[in-house]
Design a protein around this ligand. Sequence first.
Ligand code: CTP
Length: 384
Amino acid sequence: MKIILGITGGIAAYKAAELLRLLRGRDADVEVVMTEAATRFVAPLTFEALSGKPVHSDQWQGMAHIDLSRGADAILIAPATADFISKIAYGRADDLLSALCLARECPLHIAPAMNRMMWENPATRRNMRLAKADGVILHGPDDGIQACGESGPGRMMEPVEIAERLFSFLAPKYLNGKKFLITAGPTVEAIDPVRAITNFSSGKMGYALARAAIDAGASVILVSGPTALRPPSGAEFIPVVSAIEMREAVMARIREADVFASVAAVADYRVANASGIKIKKEGSLTLELVPNPDILAEVANLENAPFCLGFAAETDHLVEHAEEKMLRKKVDMLAANLVEDAMGLDTNEIVLLTPVGRRILARTSKQEIAAELVREIANELDLR
Ligand code: CTP
């Protein structure tokens, strides 16, 4: 993927370094173009080091204004100042970056950043209307504390969110019209109002799968136990706590789903009689545990069940346990990993079982694994 990252002269220019790192982290080939004003805020050397390429800002270098954007998938301007937005709106081309925008063949994305008064000024509002009418894609701005100390709309959207939205925009939409219901994270089973039994799931794999399905054009309902993660933008998010709540949330919506991906680490047991008041310590304590419903097995055994993807985290005999689980729960596809390879990490390594055989998904980021799983599901649904 080839992306032109344009940086204009605002204090948020320092955040463009993080944005560049995120784009490069997803293997994008990024050419950085800075306006003269942007180079006053952050030295081009920073972006040269992060992109591994020279930074462009001189409009008098041959046909750079045309050559640079040839074959680009997108131009992303972050931050985009009020001044630069006015140039885009009026089709001006008096520096390299604005000339590139005018001579482009690809979509133009902008992440505005400016003082709230500038953002709310009728001139900026008018320029934004013009730019949007011409198909410019807007990311942000956010509301919040600004560099000048004031608070209001005009903060640049966080780099992680801009990158997420850009990749989502660029991904092929082969799951358009399909609905995924995904469970993620741990469940937490109360012992009393202040104590609980849970497990070590971070939720990262389930959230990554939700992101990948959204990127491929699916609509996604994400039913999640408590995690420290930000819900993926674009998902319908249903937070739950216990396995019983998770089951209820899933069963209420399962009829809408074409695909059910059961990524949650559902606690196998809950406390038989959770106490309504805090238990005081008096010597040893014995808890009676009763089994929780198996949500995946219940869904997979429904009449007209959706396509079901299950997960298995094992400490040993990975393939044997996974094959047994796949048959017992009657799922269409099962992603198995070793606990030590995945738990809490940002990467994963998976043995993928389908009715016709098994495939290894070699160690890579959970986001890449998720994208591969979504492609496999689309293959099974005959969508690719
Ligand atoms: N699962 C579920 N509901 C449960 C338990 C598990 O939906 N109560 C789902 C998980 O989301 C996962 C798959 O079933 O997709 C495998 O879960 P796991 O706990 O590993 O399987 P179990 O059948 O509980 O086997 P065991 O604990 O004996 O390994």
